[in-house]
Design a binder for this molecule. Sequence first.
Ligand code: NAD
Length: 255
Amino acid sequence: MNIPSFDLTGKVAVITGGTKGLGYGMARTLSHYGAKVVVASRTAGACAAVAAELRSEGREALGIPCDVTDNAQIKRLIHTTAEQLGGLDIMVCNAGIGRTNSALEFTEEEWDEVMDVNLRALFFCCQYAARVMAAQGRGGRIINISSAGGVVGARGVASYCASKGGVINLTRALALEWGKYDITVNAVCPGYVPTDINRAQLDNPKIRAAIENLTAFRRLGTVEEVAAPVLFLASDAASYITGHALLVDGGASAN
Ligand code: NAD
């Protein structure tokens, strides 16, 4: 038998929202394992800075600014990547936002904003990436960052839960369509990891303790603990896994 490999040498990976938080950890990790990484978020300076950091570690990396709510920018991101780095093998759709409000008070804007970034834009990132992967004929890996909030409900974040639940079932549908191109499509569903997206919530010691207590380990997750399953799903070792939603929540949803 061949021993399963996690090496990504020669693979080209794009990470949306790769300049900070969980996406930054994924960019560092995939780069460490040999991938040529494209870091994409809205701020050109931040993309360039993370790419420069990866290059300073002897890796190939590019920063390409992209607002994922604009399809023209997604198209540019994918085509520039393929042109400059020789194709596209791994697409990590990580960019995401949350808005907190009571479901009775949610405005149209708050609803649309979240759905646009977390679900609509994610679909078009998958579509543009899969078109390139299908055309190049060497398979591919798409990893969509959903959330434990896409599996279980939570108070005050109705649009977020709806969008992340949508990501999971979208992932299944795409996996079935794109298996014929040897493209796997999977979702990773993190529990709480302290980043900018949940700073306000976690700054409240009572809320933080309640969240910690829901997990089997009585603690929040780390950026590394979410990057690791992304690495696994991006690797050859995960070649027979598709349409799966992997919970990385310290057991919180086992309650
Ligand atoms: P974060 O706020 O630190 O990072 C979000 C990233 O998305 C940033 O780089 C931001 O620039 C980018 N982004 C937002 N809107 C964008 C747009 N329109 N175009 C391009 N980029 C855009 O938060 P994070 O915790 O690192 O979140 C990363 C992903 O993980 C999100 O999809 C989030 O929903 C998901 N998630 C996070 C947690 C957690 O506890 N941190 C838990 C479950 C799921």
